[in-house]
Ligand binder design. Structure first.
Ligand code: ATP
Ligand code: MG
Length: 441
């Protein structure tokens, strides 16, 4: 028997009283049977989307074509209410669906037995035509119906199988596994966005991502969708997964950086762009530079946002091991190069790497020193200087590209000694250098 929140019963009652058969489905039922509480209840109903919308005061059209309406419960929490559907056709990229009259049809189109459960919140009966509950108890993941057919309808189910198996630590049934492995080459047909969303869910999950990712490799999926990761040797791959696991699920993009950081190995291939082509990013060493090139290739293929691309490639550019920075000047130069806003990410990457390999130098002292450095608020960029381009104009110079170069030169001085960042100190130097630069410009 499932612990059913009042709001869930209220939504079901509203629909049932209007004459529409309504069931709780999907993750909430599965997780409830596993003894995990969830706030995320979805419904399947006989009511068509416009009928659902008429019955509730607050609704959101989430995907009317797919039959999904967002319904706000009395506490303002949104639930997906989807009209019963059945599969009618497929192109391998998506199953093509139409509305159905029976919950049984709706369960038949679901991917895995553990996801094909329905719970009636009012009658309190469990509908479980494929023994999903038995599979859950036995720790088995298997498709609803013939695995080859179910994967061929929608190849995303291959990646979903790997994710669910990792998430709940399930064994994939041998027949499902054989079909999954045979289907892996067809993953090329999926849209990059769907492939990316699967990976982001693996990385953002509370279960260790290494479980699903190990299955990605064992099944051949990695070779198809992430060849850059497939190229890693076994030892490096294992270590990479351990570092990913050691990071928090709350930062899935940091985990992405940990996953991609080693792709600078192995050696360069003849046909790839040289790291010199990476503009605006200075990497720690040639392997890190190659890693940035390859990581950016992966990320742009996955169509991640520019913001995430910049963020992740910035982390990848430094590798996972802390630099040796002995003096304040070295630390400030490093901060100026990577940007202090990325510091927290680096510290967490180094810690995770260190936890996996405690024989490496402990990053804690460097972390402390860098934090102190940032807290002191030293000038780290041209904009922080006590003098500006306006001073050059006031000295009678006409703006040109050399303005930037002269100011960069002054930044070097104050990175070495932040105390020199005073107008009285910098103006004479600026005046002299500007005269020289203007003369040769
Ligand atoms: P989560 O807790 O991650 O949301 P979930 O089981 O609710 O888990 P969703 O991706 O939200 O997963 O999907 C909801 C339900 O819809 C699944 O339980 C499954 O029954 C069905 N489903 C989702 N995607 C597919 C698919 N590609 N093929 C078949 N059924 C699917
Ligand atoms: Mg869900």
């Amino acid at each position: 028997k499932l612990d059913t929140p009042d709001e869930v019963r209220w939504i079901a009652r509203t629909l049932e009283e209007a004459g529409y058969d309504t069931w709780a489905v999907g993750g909430a039922v599965r997780d409830g049977l596993r003894g995990a509480r969830t706030a995320d209840w979805d419904f399947a109903t006989l009511a068509r989307p416009n009928q659902v919308r008429r019955l509730f005061r607050k609704t959101v059209p989430l995907g009317i074509d797919h039959g999904t309406v967002g319904v706000l419960d009395r506490k303002g929490v949104m639930h997906e209410v989807t009209t019963f559907r059945k599969d009618v056709d497929t192109d391998g990229r998506h199953a093509v669906i139409s509305f159905a009259d029976r919950i049984e049809d709706d369960l038949a189109r679901r991917d895995f037995t553990i996801n094909a459960l329905a719970w009636h919140p009012l009658r309190e009966v469990l509908l479980d035509p494929y023994d999903g509950r038995g599979d859950l108890e036995a720790g088995v993941l298997r498709t609803v119906g013939v695995p080859e057919e179910r994967f061929a309808e929608d190849y995303l189910r291959v990646l979903r199988a790997l994710r669910f198996a990792g998430r709940f630590d399930l064994r994939i049934h041998p027949d499902t596994w054989a079909a999954l492995v045979a289907s892996a080459p067809e993953l090329v047909r999926l849209s990059p966005e769907r492939i990316r969303e699967e990976l982001v869910k693996v990385l953002g999950g509370t279960a260790p991502p290494s479980r699903a990712l190990a299955l990605y490799r064992a099944s051949g999926a990695t070779e198809v969708v992430y060849p850059e990761l497939h190229a890693l040797d076994d030892a490096l791959w294992e270590r990479t997964l351990a570092v990913v696991d050691a990071l928090s699920p709350a930062s899935e993009w940091l985990r992405m950086a940990a996953l991609l950081a080693p792709v600078g190995h192995p050696d360069p291939r003849a046909d790839e762009p040289s790291p010199d082509d990476v503009r605006g990013l200075r990497a720690a060493d040639p392997i890190a530079a190659r890693a940035v090139v390859r990581a950016m290739a992966v990320l742009s293929r996955l169509r991640v946002s520019n913001r995430q691309l910049d963020q992740v490639s910035g982390w990848v550019a430094e590798g996972l091991e802390p630099p040796v920075l002995e003096t304040g000047a070295e630390r400030r130069r490093w901060l100026a190069r990577v940007g202090p806003e990325r510091l927290d990410g680096y510290l967490r990457l180094w810690q995770a790497r260190h936890r996996v390999d405690p024989s490496l130098a402990d990053p804690a002292p460097l972390a402390r020193a860098l934090r102190e450095e940032v807290a002191a608020g030293p000038p780290l960029k041209v904009g922080d200087l006590a003098v500006t381009g306006r001073d050059l104009i006031a000295l009678g110079h006409r703006p040109g590209p050399w303005f930037g170069e002269v100011l960069e030169g002054l930044l070097e001085l104050v990175l070495d000694d932040p105390a020199r960042n005073e107008r009285d100190e910098l103006m004479p130097i600026l005046t002299e250098r500007a005269a020289r630069a203007a003369g040769s410009a």
